[in-house]
Design a protein around this ligand. Structure first.
Ligand SMILES: Cc1cc2nc3c(=O)[nH]c(=O)nc-3n(C[C@H](O)[C@H](O)[C@H](O)COP(=O)(O)O)c2cc1C
Length: 352
């Protein structure tokens, strides 16, 4: 029998990457991409005071404008992070700005925060919270995170991040401030401990009632830079870290003709650095903050590895682009097999 999901993924891989992306968002938003099965109870886990049906989230940047949040949750993600959204609409960098490095199971992107802006973003999310005919609000089937960024020009992080938190706090199960995209000039400088402290203070003062707050970090900082950031995050009331965003590094192992394109590299070549950063932060963290690991996750074994290293949850992006929604069934099956091989009865038990 023809597997519609797999055939669609095969066709999408043959299109220009941005056209394929647009089509994928459209079909997921309209429920045409299928529905995941209910998750095995062994995959259920708790973090950030929230309950997750499984630990595999969709990383930010796939649904930047919150157009397909419910459909993405229905595919079987354990949580969905939408955004990055900026205060004002902006077009991002000129095309081409998205490159598949198929030989390397990787992507390079220099999208540059193409965003519909916060007003349209909130309009797109609002229907999720509207009561149905019976007066009931039907939330998405998994927690929803909202990832916040700043405009390329005319931005003031001390004003913009608190304002964005204010606009999105009613819609978000958690909020991420993105300080790590390599495609917005100056953004990554905000990771410096003193600047981070000022941003966190501004958010905390304006919105003490905010949902859990996470900070997403780059993999390209020097190893010794992570300790002061972690300390500042804890002191500033942050609830979790996402480790990591894409890298500017270009490992010598890359084969694809696109390997010299400017932008952030994701997928398999990011695995080693994303693991290393998780390892070093996890050791210092001693379970004080929730850690979400992102970068080059391709198998159930990768997921269990990150969870054993101290991650509470994981996120995928590049693997989802290459395999489509079927990747979720595969990853969950593999994770359950790996757990059984390691004698782990449930993820909840692993975290105790
Ligand atoms: C095309 C593309 C766009 C992305 N856009 C964003 C973004 O807007 N905000 C963000 O925080 N991360 C963004 N990311 C980074 C991902 O969320 C993720 O952290 C990174 O790709 C590593 O995971 P992966 O190796 O599974 O892809 C983007 C990644 C890709 C490939």
């Amino acid at each position: 029998m023809l597997d519609i999901g797999k055939t669609a993924t095969w066709l999408l891989r043959r299109l220009n990457p941005e056209t394929a992306h647009e089509l994928a968002i459209h079909s997921i938003a309209h429920g045409l991409a299928g529905h995941g099965k209910p998750d095995h109870s062994a995959l259920r886990t708790e973090a950030l005071g929230l309950s997750f049906p499984n630990p595999i989230g969709l990383a930010a940047g796939f649904d930047k404008n919150a157009r397909a949040v419910r459909g993405l949750a229905n595919l079987g993600f354990g949580f969905v992070e939408t955004g990055t959204v900026t205060p004002r609409p902006q077009p991002g960098n000129p095309r081409p700005r998205l490159f598949r490095l198929t030989e390397d199971r990787a992507i390079i992107n220099r999208m540059g925060f193409n965003s519909c802006g916060i007003d349209q973003f909130c309009q797109n999310l609002a229907p999720l919270f509207r009561p149905d005919r019976n007066g009931q609000v039907q939330p998405a089937s998994a927690p929803i995170g909202i990832n916040l960024g700043i405009n390329k020009t005319g931005s003031d992080p001390l004003v913009d991040y608190p304002a964005l938190v204010g606009r999105t706090k009613a819609y978000a199960d958690y909020i991420t401030i993105n300080l790590s995209s390599p495609n917005t000039p100056g953004l990554r400088d905000l990771q410096a401990a003193d600047m981070l402290a000022r941003i966190l203070d501004a958010i905390q003062t304006a919105h003490p009632d905010r949902p859990p707050l996470l900070v997403k970090l780059a993999p390209d900082l020097e190893d010794r830079a992570y300790a002061p950031i972690l300390r500042t995050a804890i002191d500033g009331g942050v609830n979790g870290l996402i480790l990591t965003n894409t890298t500017l590094a270009r490992p010598a192992s890359l084969h694809s003709p696109h390997r010299a394109e400017t932008g952030g590299l994701s997928g398999a070549p990011l695995t080693e650095r994303a693991r290393d950063v998780l390892g070093l932060v996890s050791e210092l963290n001693a379970r004080q903050l929730c850690l979400i690991s992102s970068g080059g996750i391709e198998t159930g074994r990768d997921i269990l590895d990150r969870l054993k290293m101290g991650a509470d949850l994981v996120q995928i992006y590049t693997t989802f682009i290459y395999e489509g929604p079927a990747v979720l069934t595969r990853l969950k099956q593999e994770l359950l097999q790996e757990m059984s091989r390691s004698g782990i009865r449930s993820l909840a038990a692993l975290r105790r």
